[in-house]
Design a protein around this ligand. Structure first.
Ligand code: DGL
Length: 268
């Protein structure tokens, strides 16, 4: 029987966004294997009801459970906001999300504690970041801005084109009268647009992503449970998408710089 520590770490997202979190995990845990599921066929999650997002999240984690994983990272803010607390008690392995790590990083990096959260409509409406930030810094002010056009741009793979620049500029113009010193990319798809986001924010604004802090939490949990992979064989990660594997593979290659990723179709 396979050692528990040899099992991969599961990662889920509505699509390719979780790759931005996986990027950090891969850099920090080079001996671990990852099993990624992107639910591209049903993306975006950001304008779906909390019940639907919770149901989809349960389905993805159940698929990981069937494959065999030692822990799960919900690398999707919308799913973290609507499903983390529901799914945690239903599985035997640890499950973490990306909102608390992102909020923690923002509070550490912001000097004025005036923080903007860019997210999907669902994440902004849920106020999950507001709650997480105010728990850590009760005097903070949090302004959420829904950016519903960002995820489709990333999923279509046009995140480097002028069209993306224009949409980011128009969306962020809504912050023109606001005062803040830190902006959380509260959707894991948004780091793929960070070059344009940075361009249209005041110089000196801290741009916060949750990947690095999520990696800290993952490492701590594996250490505590003594589940670090010790095998000396080359680690092999696998990507599953409910959408188009050829399109998904292009984004994996571009973002993670993996020459020949294993990308397969998943039918739920
Ligand atoms: N990447 C996801 C997030 O972090 C969800 C995007 C979506 O499907 O709307 O919220």
């Amino acid at each position: 029987m396979k050692e528990l520590s040899d099992l991969p770490i599961g990662i889920i997202d509505s699509g390719v966004g979780g790759l931005t979190v996986m990027d950090e995990l891969l850099k920090r845990m080079p001996n671990e294997q990852f099993l990624y599921i992107g639910d591209d066929a049903r993306c975006p999650y950001g304008n779906r009801s909390p019940q639907e997002v919770a149901k989809f999240t349960f389905e993805l984690i159940s698929a990981l459970n069937d494959f065999g994983v030692k822990m799960v990272v919900i690398a999707c803010n919308t799913a973290t906001a609507f499903a983390l607390e529901h799914v945690r008690p239903l599985f035997d392995f640890p499950i973490i999300g990306v909102i608390e790590p992102g909020a923690r990083t923002a509070v550490e990096k912001s000097v004025t504690n005036q923080i903007v959260v860019l997210g999907t409509s669902g994440t902004v409406k849920s106020q999950a970041y507001d709650q997480a930030i105010l728990t850590l810094a009760p005097d903070a002010s949090v302004r959420g801005l829904a950016c519903p056009e960002f995820v489709p741009i990333v999923e279509r793979g046009v995140y480097k084109l002028e069209e993306a620049d224009r949409v980011v500029e128009q969306t962020l113009a809504q912050l023109a009268d606001e005062t803040f010193d830190a902006v959380i990319l509260g959707c894991t798809h948004f780091p793929l647009l960070s070059h344009f986001i940075r361009k249209h924010l005041p110089i000196g604004t801290e741009l916060i992503t949750s990947g690095s802090a999520t990696a800290d939490t993952t490492i701590r949990i594996l250490d505590e449970l003594q589940l670090n992979r010790e095998s000396l064989t080359e680690p092999q990660s696998i990507f599953y998408t409910t959408g188009n594997p050829a399109h998904f593979e292009l984004i994996v290659k571009d973002w993670l710089h993996i020459a020949n990723p294993v990308v397969e179709k998943l039918v739920l």
